[in-house]
Design a protein around this ligand. Structure first.
Ligand SMILES: NC(=O)c1ccc[n+]([C@@H]2O[C@H](COP(=O)([O-])OP(=O)(O)OC[C@H]3O[C@@H](n4cnc5c(N)ncnc54)[C@H](OP(=O)(O)O)[C@@H]3O)[C@@H](O)[C@H]2O)c1
Length: 296
C-alpha cells in the first residue's frame, strides 16, 4: 500500500509533484490557495481538501511547494496544530537561512522537517534521471524514502543540515547561469558575422564536453589548495581576454562580461598566481572585494 501524501500548493511545480504521486499510486490529498487549480488533479484521482489542516490530517507525508518560504510559513501556520507529529517536506526554492528557520519553526511544534531542492523542471518530475536533494534527520528521510522516489530517480540526502540543499541549489544555478550567459554572449559575438547560433552551437558542444575533464582537474586542485599549471598559466589567459574585449568593442557587442573575467584574472596575477593554472582564480572568489557586499 503506497503511503498517503498531502501536497500543498498546486502551481506548475506542485501540480507536477501531485501528478507524480498519483501515477505511483499514492492516495493524494491536494490543497491550493486558489481551489480551482485542483480540478485537473481531482480528475486524475486526487482528493481536494478545503483547508490545509484537512489536507494534512490524512496522515502520511506532507509536501509543500509554494512561490516562496514566507508563503510556506503562513500556510503551515494556518494548519494550526494539524502538522504536529508529522513529516513536512518543503520543496520550495529559497536560501539556506530560510530552510534553517523553517526547520527551527517545525522543531518547536514537533514537526519532522526535511528541506528539499528540486534540480528539475515540472516536465521532468518523476523521471529516473531527475534529482532532488534533501537535508534533515535520516529517520524522517528513511521513513518516507519510498514515497519521495515518486518524484525522480535521484533521491539524495546531503545530511542532517536542512540548509545544505538550498546552498547546493543556488551554487548549481550559479554554474547554469554563468554557462548559459557565456554561450549567449558568444552567440551575439559571432552573429556580427551572420553566424547562426545553431551552427556555432556545434562548437560550443565540443567545448562543453571538454569542460568535464577541466572541472575534475580544477576540483582536485581546489581541494589540494595547489594550482600548478598543467596546461596554460593565468599569464597566458590574460592577453586572450584582451582579444575577446577588442572583438566586442570593434563589433559593438557588450564588453562588460569579458572585462569582469579579465579583472578577476588580473587580481589573481597581482596576488602571485600568474604561473598558476586557471583554478588559481578560485582564491579571488573566496572573499568579496572591499565594498562589494554593500551593493546587495
Ligand atoms: N517551475 C519550475 O521550473 C521550478 C523548478 C525548480 C523549483 N521550482 C520552485 O517551486 C516553487 C513553486 O514554483 P512554481 O513554478 O510551481 O510556481 P507557480 O506556478 O507560480 O505556483 C506558485 C504556487 O504558490 C502558491 N502561493 C503563492 N503565494 C502564496 C501564499 N501567500 N499563500 C499560499 N499559496 C501561495 C500559488 O497559489 P495560487 O495558485 O493560489 O496563486 C501556487 O500554488 C518555487 O519556489 C520555485 O522556485 C520551480
Amino acid at each position: 500500500m503506497a503511503e498517503p501524501v498531502a501536497v500543498l500548493g498546486l502551481g506548475l511545480m506542485g501540480s507536477a509533484l501531485a501528478g507524480a504521486f498519483l501515477r505511483c499510486g499514492h492516495p493524494t490529498k491536494v490543497w491550493n490557495r486558489s481551489p480551482e487549480r485542483a480540478a485537473p488533479l481531482v480528475a486524475l484521482g486526487a482528493v481536494r481538501a478545503g483547508t490545509v489542516a484537512e489536507a494534512v490530517s490524512a496522515g502520511g507525508l506532507t509536501v509543500v511547494c509554494l512561490s516562496d518560504n514566507d508563503a510556506v510559513l503562513r500556510t503551515c501556520e494556518a494548519a494550526g496544530r494539524a502538522l504536529d507529529g508529522r513529516t513536512l517536506v518543503n520543496l520550495t526554492s529559497g536560501t539556506s537561512r530560510e530552510a534553517r528557520d523553517l526547520a527551527a519553526w517545525a522543531a518547536d511544534r514537533g514537526v519532522d522537517y526535511l528541506d528539499g531542492k528540486l534540480l528539475a523542471t515540472p516536465d521532468t518530475i518523476g523521471a529516473p534521471e531527475t534529482t532532488v536533494l534533501y537535508g534533515g534527520r535520516s529517520e524522517a528521510f528513511d521513513a518516507h524514502r519510498a514515497a519521495l522516489g515518486a518524484l525522480g530517480g535521484g533521491v539524495i540526502r546531503l545530511g542532517d543540515d536542512p540548509g545544505l540543499p538550498a546552498l547546493y541549489d543556488v551554487a548549481l544555478l550559479d554554474i547554469l547561469w554563468a554557462s548559459l550567459n557565456g554561450f549567449l554572449h558568444a552567440s551575439a559575438l559571432v552573429a556580427t558575422e551572420d553566424v547562426k547560433a545553431g551552427e556555432f552551437a556545434r562548437f560550443a558542444d565540443l567545448l562543453f564536453a571538454g569542460l568535464l575533464a577541466f572541472v575534475a582537474r580544477c576540483a582536485r586542485q581546489i581541494d589540494e589548495g595547489a594550482y600548478a599549471a598543467e596546461d596554460s598559466t593565468l599569464e597566458t589567459h590574460l592577453p586572450a581576454t584582451g582579444h575577446l574585449i577588442a572583438e566586442c568593442l570593434a563589433r559593438g557587442v557588450d564588453a562588460d562580461p569579458p572585462r569582469r573575467i579579465r579583472a578577476v584574472i588580473e587580481r589573481a596575477i597581482a596576488q602571485g598566481h600568474g604561473k598558476d593554472g586557471y583554478a588559481g582564480v578560485v582564491e579571488q572568489f573566496r572573499k568579496a572585494p572591499a565594498g562589494a557586499q554593500d551593493r546587495g
